[in-house]
Design a protein around this ligand. Structure first.
Ligand code: PEP
Length: 247
């Protein structure tokens, strides 16, 4: 199976940014966009209700691994689905760092999403220290191990993976297309050992300072199926040109 069978995928992660006027701007400017990629905006939960555009889907930036109940401040898959979400980012490095989310918790969140019908975008990726110590593969493999232990092959096939080197997130420092491809190839090879069809079908996104001027070269890499976009997803024009680069 070649790369062509995997539909390109571009997701915007607005993080703790945005407003209802940005939502309105996206509703308007993305309305006429024709792109082949699956396009998703993961906005803050308070803005989700404002999207009304059928050219893209909406997603959450985090989700609880628990059912509705006494969990102050959390949002369940059931709630996110009711708010229109088809996707949820799980295991973003900012949450792993700021909220101390472990590999196990991230895997539990991914499992909860899949079992209740939304697609998790599972983030993995190393810090600069890990890269400089030459441990990228073992680090990323440990993050994936937890997910593979928790989800069946069928469940894994309903996920999207995002490789996001921490040193490239929000720093303006992008992984070179070769650096991105190397890790993407490693991740696909990792899934190959789990199940060959899974490895060929699963979409692996690159995230880390993707911009309109570097998106096309990154997305052209054999195992890069699109991107998870932070800063550049806050400007409709930039985000649109990145989505078109994925075609
Ligand atoms: C991200 O936070 O997922 C991200 C990739 O951010 P940026 O594009 O700003 O580096």
């Amino acid at each position: 199976m070649s790369k062509n069978v995997r539909k390109p995928f571009v997701a915007g992660n607005w993080k703790m940014n945005g407003s209802m006027s940005l939502v309105a701007d996206f509703n308007e400017k993305l309305a006429s966009v024709s792109a082949q990629a699956d396009i998703v905006i993961c906005s803050p939960a308070t803005l989700l209700h404002g999207f009304n555009n059928s050219t893209f889907s909406i997603g959450a930036q985090n989700v609880s691994h628990l059912d509705n109940g006494a969990h102050t401040g959390e949002l369940s898959v059931e709630m996110l689905k009711e708010a229109g979400c088809e996707y949820a980012i799980v295991g973003h490095s900012e949450r792993r760092e700021d909220q101390g989310e472990s590999n196990t918790l991230v895997a539990q969140k991914a499992k909860k999403c899949v079992s209740e019908g939304i697609t998790p975008i599972i983030c993995v990726g190393e810090s600069l220290d890990v890269r400089e110590a030459g441990n990228v593969e073992s680090f990323v493999a440990a993050q994936l191990d937890a997910v593979v232990e928790a989800l069946s092959v069928e469940e894994l096939s309903k996920t999207v993976v995002a490789y996001e080197p921490i040193w490239a997130i929000g720093t303006g420092k992008t992984a070179s297309p070769q650096q991105a491809q190397e890790v993407h190839e490693f991740i696909r090879g990792y899934f190959e050992k789990v199940d060959a069809d899974l490895a060929q079908g699963i979409r692996i996104l690159y995230g880390g300072s993707v911009k309109p001027d570097n998106a096309e070269t990154l997305f052209a890499q054999k195992d890069v199926d699109g991107g998870l976009i932070g800063g550049a997803s806050l400007k409709a024009e930039d985000f649109i040109s990145i989505c078109q680069a994925a075609d």
